[in-house]
Design a binder for this molecule. Sequence first.
Ligand code: PEP
Length: 255
Amino acid sequence: MRSFVGANWKMNGSGVEGLAYLERLKDSDVESEPVDVVLFAPFTLLPVLAEDAREAGISLGAQDLYWQDRGAFTGEISTSMLLEAGCSWVIVGHSERRNLFGEDDELVRLKLIAALRAGLRAVLCVGELLEEREAGRTEEVVKGQVLRALEGLEEADPDRVVLAYEPVWAIGTGRNATPDEAARMHGLIRSWLSDMIGEMGAKDTRIIYGGSVNPENAPDLMTREGIDGALVGGASLGASSFLQIIRSCCHHHEH
Ligand code: PEP
């Protein structure tokens, strides 16, 4: 299985910075690494970066989408617009969308279905809040998110969907889940997937970790059984730290 590493820039970056960043990835020959690298850039940068991303051998993704294809939805963006902008991946259900902008599981599912039907690939994010963890509800919350997004969804094959386990208390806080705890949650997520889509599909689905991944903690996290890559926010903004994280994931692959 190829590892997957995503850079989630959130509401950061500019065209000039983005082009310089891609130049660095190209010079570092990221293309030859046995890992799928996707840059999730702000919408307006997608067409600006498309050609250089292709030359650097990485894919472009969007951070969100809307599930309707056109119409009176001021401020929203559709799958066909994303495809035209040169992107092939999209994040669905990021915790910032869920918690700051009120997206519920039903909307996340509609977005996931729209993305997959349009031929985009998707990173589906799940993860518990700190208060949910402290109340001992982590497993129930994450299982609910996984099931409500994916149950009965025929389009959700391992080629097209990556799951990201991102405990919300670990995102942008500098506080990451211990590799043991992350690996335990990944194992559980894979077992729920197995119940839904069968053992083979679950085995082939990449489950990546997100939450304050950086060049220091990545080697330990990425060598754990069942952790197939990373979704990186803060530490993906600089090309050199992101490159170091990519390399940690490659070593995992060689084992
Ligand atoms: C994220 O945005 O998905 C994320 C994991 O952010 P950070 O790496 O900054 O915690």
